[in-house]
Write a protein that binds this ligand. Sequence first.
Ligand SMILES: [Zn+2]
Ligand SMILES: [Zn+2]
Length: 165
Amino acid sequence: MRRTAPIQLDPRLRERLAKRGFRFTPQREQVYVVLLRERDHPTAEEVFIRAKHEMPEISMATVYNCLDALVKCGLARQVTLERGATRFCPNMREHGHFYCDICKGIFDVELPAAPGIALPAGYTAERYDIAIHGRCPACAGAKRNEAESFDRAGRAKRFLDTALS
Ligand SMILES: [Zn+2]
Ligand SMILES: [Zn+2]
């Protein structure tokens, strides 16, 4: 039985992998689809569990290998907070991470082009790795329409349009 991928990435993904000397494999595609489908910054183990739904034969070692290839190709980045497990994020635009202290969710927040942090003389910022802690709209008991404006599915959809363009 042939797996039907709801997100068609193959030609563009093949190109991005090839540019960095990686081979396209269905496993790499599957792992990338898992990252794009639910952008909640899963750990490698969570990616493994999700990937197994559609590809039962995939191994944990293969998932590690795929994540490594995606990171090296600039298709995903690693996110680490304190001593927590490494998580993976397919959003390669400059952004910070909002950590909800209640549900432990991790959300992408867009950053202004220049976050306006005054640095001591002689320091040049090249990228920002910003962690913000608090409560997400759902946990803060925000009004329903406000929570909906933060809807992950909508954000994922918009992101998909630009992910590989
Ligand atoms: Zn929350
Ligand atoms: Zn992120």
